[in-house]
Unconditional design. Sequence first.
Lengths: 112, 109
Amino acid sequence: EAQVTQNPRYLITVTGKKLTVTCSQNMNHEYMSWYRQDPGLGLRQIYYSMNVEVTDKGDVPEGYKVSRKEKRNFPLILESPSPNQTSLYFCASSGIGGGPQHFGDGTRLSIL
Amino acid sequence: RKEVEQDPGPFNVPEGATVAFNCTYSNSASQSFFWYRQDCRKEPKLLMSVYSSGNEDGRFTAQLNRASQYISLLIRDSKLSDSATYLCVVNEGFQKLVFGTGTRLLVSP
């Protein structure tokens, strides 16, 4: 089954404790992206990757890091999480041809 | 000005009604357009792509007006299961997707 898998689905943690949210896709997609969704603001892009070892900032990259060492994986790293990073996070992937993106189930992060 | 604007709603309609949503976008170079559906804090799911000639998928019709930079979604014969938030999404190129904040639809019996 074609899918985008995120882990964990839910996480409550404390300020400053490094965390990683994993994202994996099995569709051999070149493009992967991370978004956060906050009430009244819609989905905003954090980082994206056009292919292995190619990453770039989206609209709200501050406080986040990513890596793309393999085509299927695109982890989101919060080196020193802060309460303003409490949000619902989605990973997405697509082929390079401009088609629609497929989303993971989401990760709800609470930073206390 | 927001890059993609939608009326947040909610649109409250009875079952069987026809309802239409509009969305405007600011980047005239935008290349492709989509409607996604999102249920209560779940992941967005593609409802349909929007083509210049307009396209229909069952009870759903999408239209694009490039000159006026707006996209529309028409839902006929609304079902209770259509209750959701509908996201207008614009691809500005190189897979940069810009999302509207969504229009909430509530279909009642």
